[in-house]
Design a protein around this ligand. Structure first.
Ligand code: M6R
Length: 366
């Protein structure tokens, strides 16, 4: 049932071109320029009038929410807050019927997310679910929602559910942006077309196995790692670090690249691998100077760069390319490399990738 792969995680990483197609099937048409999301359309006027969106989730789903924040604010110009469900539920949050609360969950059974939803419901918010597991508790508690259609995810480390969540949030952001007239028709069309090309581009990313194994061999005996990204790639840095720590047990931290000089830079020496997600077209020069800061302190730089980049490849120790795309969609490509990097590092360390110690696939206790 692992389809010839050594672990479910690797199988699920490789399924992503298909799971994203499933997520988008019938919901997007690039030629005609439309997006349809049943759950959203039924409540479109209510949802697009919302004063604020609050995204709640845990772990990887919380990271998807952070990307959602960038997408919704950048494209649809709606203020967004992203909350850990466990914190939200215990701090008497200010929520009213003017808010739309989006719960993001693969399993649909995470206890903290479910409890946070109940609180938001009591306070009158409109609840929207972005869930994988059909008929799950979270799906049943929300007023409306959209399934991500990633199929069962067995590996404890979430991979295809994450890209499914991000794809769904991208569809929502684009739908709302169009509805509210906050982006130009031309840019809307461009992003829709690019989004439908992402599955093919993921296939190209997946072909870089050998290069990633080579880099995994470089970090497998390290004690620590730092992940850096800016803008849309900041949440990707957090997700890359979580993936590495949960399956390989290497301590890893993700930071916004510019935050480095406010503390973490003190950690950098020749023993520190620094993975920089540098695919942003905007703020490119800033990322280059962040990389120079790491090199000046003898850190090992592993950079994820856009295809054909030759500036960063001259400074970084290792570079891995992703195909060209628009900034808001780049997390869907760059995260795949980080999933593979964690996977191969963990395998080289002899870890049980599908069942990391101390972790459960769905956390139904608080
Ligand atoms: O099922 P959920 O999406 O609600 O789960 C949330 C987290 O427990 C989950 O994403 C966890 O962080 C994963 N092990 C990450 O790979």
């Amino acid at each position: 049932e692992k389809g010839g792969y050594d672990y479910f995680m690797l199988k699920e990483i490789h399924e992503q071109p298909n799971t994203l197609r499933d997520c988008m099937r019938g919901r997007i048409n690039a030629d005609e320029g439309w997006i349809r999301l049943g759950g959203l359309e039924d409540y479109a006027s209510k949802i697009s009038k919302a004063k604020r969106f609050v995204m709640i989730g845990c772990g990887t789903s919380w990271h998807a929410g952070l990307i959602g924040e960038y997408l919704f604010e950048d494209l649809a110009r709606i203020p967004v807050e992203v909350e850990y469900a466990s914190e939200f539920r215990y701090r008497n949050p200010v929520i009213s019927e003017k808010d739309v609360v989006i719960a993001i969950s693969q399993s649909g059974e995470t206890a903290d997310t479910l409890a946070a939803l109940e609180i938001a419901k009591e306070k009158g918010a409109f609840l929207y679910g972005v869930v994988n597991s059909v008929g799950s508790s979270i799906a049943r508690t929300t007023h409306a929602g959209s399934y991500i259609h990633a199929g069962p995810e067995i590996g404890v480390a979430s991979t295809k559910a994450f890209t499914g969540q991000v794809t769904l949030l991208t569809l929502m952001a684009l739908y709302l942006a169009h509805h509210r007239g906050t982006i130009s028709e031309q840019y809307y069309r461009k992003l829709i077309t690019e989004l439908t090309l992402i599955p093919e581009k993921i296939k190209k990313v997946l072909q870089q196995d050998d290069k990633i194994k080579y880099i995994a061999a470089e970090i497998k005996d390290r004690q620590n790692a730092i992940y850096l990204g800016r803008g849309y790639n900041f949440p990707v840095a957090l997700e890359g670090a979580l993936k590495l720590k949960e399956i390989s047990y290497i301590h890893a931290e993700g930071y916004p690249a510019a935050e480095m000089k406010h503390g973490p830079i003190a950690l950098i020496d020749e023993n520190m691998p620094v993975i920089v997600i540098a695919t942003n077209r905007s703020a490119y020069d800033k990322i280059v100077s962040n990389i120079q800061e790491v090199k000046a302190r003898k850190g090992t730089v592993i950079a994820v760069v856009p295809e054909g980049d030759d500036t960063i490849s001259r400074i970084a120790d290792y570079t891995i390319e992703i195909p060209e795309t628009e900034d808001p969609l780049s997390p869907l490509l760059s995260v795949i490399l980080l999933q593979l990097l964690s996977y191969y590092t963990a395998v080289m360390r002899g870890c049980n990738v599908d069942q990391p110690r101390n972790l459960a696939k769905s956390v139904t206790v608080e």
